[in-house]
Design a protein around this ligand. Structure first.
Ligand code: PXL
Length: 277
């Protein structure tokens, strides 16, 4: 069985970060080792959330793993809260990189042209610098723009997306992906670039007319799970996109759905079935 390490916070309630990564990746038949970076009562879209920083535990945890000679088939980082955590992730990448494993960065920081609460443009540039160690990065257009220090454009064409993908590869990441790419009314998807082969790839599907918190984490988690199950990056991202679509669709149909996240649990059987097909 493949084994991944995921580094992100625990928002105790909120259906994001570790509370979605752990169940989704485990359900996909991949061992999921967690490094919690902080414990919050909820995600940061709630008012008055509690926050306990766990940065000082991160290095001792990795030191123990090193002593135990633990290795990972992938290291997947999501929401990270400080410059110090970026530095620690840099050390984790360096210490645990092998010639075969995959470093996957989801630079969770922003959407719709705006940084999330607590993030600064300087932090985004530092996240961009960390991407030099990545095999795969999956920002949305807002995150990519902040990491590159370029203005965010709400409207763009394919040539612009390809240019941004190449600029992201210029940060050092081998394969760059832009999620939530919209080139056509009513459609959304991803576009990607493999800097080693010079090839672009893409996948588009119908856009549902709603937006929910946590879907980025669900998308990245299922993409890493599929990668570990042997799918190509393009196919893994397509599986993740379809799964995320199903999660949103189920949530829209559920009149009792929670406002703070999607019904990702109810779509897990379909995801697992797809892997068995
Ligand atoms: O879904 C990304 C995410 C993860 N963790 C925390 C968040 C967010 C987005 O706002 O607040 C704590």
């Amino acid at each position: 069985m493949k084994k991944i390490l995921t580094v992100q916070d625990i928002s105790c309630l909120g259906k994001c970060s570790l509370t979605v990564a752990l169940p989704i990746i485990s359900a996909m038949g991949v061992e999921t080792v967690v490094m919690p970076t902080a414990v919050l009562s909820t995600h940061t879209q709630f008012k008055g959330f509690t926050f306990r920083d766990l940065t000082e535990d991160m290095v001792p945890i990795t030191e123990h793993w090193k002593k135990e000679k633990i290795g990972f088939d992938a290291i997947y980082t999501g929401y990270l809260g400080s410059f110090e955590q970026l530095d620690i992730c840099r050390s984790i990448f360096t210490d645990f990189k092998t010639k075969d494993n995959t470093i996957f960065i989801d630079p969770v920081m922003a959407d719709n042209g705006k940084l999330y609460t607590g993030f600064t443009p300087e932090f985004a540039l530092a996240m961009g610098k960390l991407c030099e160690l990545a095999d795969v990065i999956v920002p949305n257009m807002t995150e990519a723009s902040f990491m590159l220090g370029i203005p965010y454009q709400e409207k763009y064409d394919k040539a612009y997306v390809q240019d941004v993908l190449k600029k992201l590869a210029g940060l050092g990441a081998k394969k760059t992906v832009l999620t939530g790419t919209e080139l056509e009314e009513g459609m959304t998807g991803f576009m990607g670039y493999d800097s080693e082969t010079g090839e672009f790839f893409e996948y588009f599907h119908k856009k549902l007319p709603v937006s929910f918190h946590g879907t980025g984490d669900i998308y990245a988690s299922s993409a890493v799970g599929a990668l570990m199950r042997g799918y190509s990056l393009r196919d893994s991202l397509a599986i993740a996109a379809d799964y995320t679509y199903d999660c949103i669709h189920l949530t829209m149909e559920d009149k009792d759905a929670a406002w703070y996240g999607v019904n990702f649990e109810q779509a897990i059987p379909g995801l697992v079935k797809r892997l068995e097909a």
